[in-house]
Design a protein around this ligand. Structure first.
Ligand code: ZN
Length: 195
């Protein structure tokens, strides 16, 4: 087994070890040494990941419960716009006092190493195919233009009543579209429509 090495993910637990009932809460803020996620969305290197930790001493080991908060970035699988994805999840793992086949993790040199636990939980929570919004119509297969950015394409494609409502919004705001930019106006319209 390799020697223990402190990293941003390692947390000292000596104060709760072998003391059943002892509990400590701790906020861990990690500046990611490398990104989490290899797919269409990832939490970038250098960004902040916050974990509200609860460390509890048990007979067999230290029970670690964490609430992870981070922000992933990716691009919409349909229109290729950048998307921001909040990552909020919980994990709970027992770190055994001595290496034991019954447990995946163990305490090393009075520390727990949360990296594999956090990495797995975050990567599994990331969407496989992120979208900028659930009804993103994507790109026009003929022109490659974003359908939302082309009023002509939208008029041809209107079949969904929600889009009809958006058309109404657009008609009422045609005068500001030119000044504000059509794409920005579209995004604002959808946000208002959802609320
Ligand atoms: Zn999109």
């Amino acid at each position: 087994m390799p020697a223990f090495r402190a990293t941003p993910y390692t947390v000292p637990v000596h104060d709760v070890m072998h003391r059943p009932g002892e509990m400590r809460e701790h906020e861990l803020v990690i500046t990611l040494p490398e990104r989490l996620g290899e797919g269409a969305a990832s939490v970038p290197e250098g960004s902040k990941l916050t974990i509200d930790l609860r460390l509890e001493g048990l007979h067999d080991g230290v029970l670690v419960t964490g609430e992870v908060d981070a922000t992933a970035h990716g691009e919409c699988g349909r229109c290729l716009d950048p998307v921001t994805i909040p990552v909020e999840l919980e994990f709970q793992e027992l770190f055994a006092y001595s290496p034991d086949e019954a447990f995946d993790y163990s305490v090393r040199d009075d520390h727990v190493d949360l990296e594999p636990v956090v990495r797995d939980a975050v990567v599994l929570s990331l969407p496989f195919q992120p979208v900028c919004r659930p009804d993103c119509p994507g790109l026009d297969p003929e022109t490659g233009e974003k359908l939302t950015a082309s009023p002509d394409a939208d008029e041809r494609a209107v079949s969904d009543p929600r889009w009809a409502a958006l058309e109404g919004f657009r008609a009422a705001h045609d005068d500001v579209d030119d000044a504000a930019g059509v794409a920005g106006q579209d995004a604002a319209g959808v946000a208002e429509e959802k609320e």
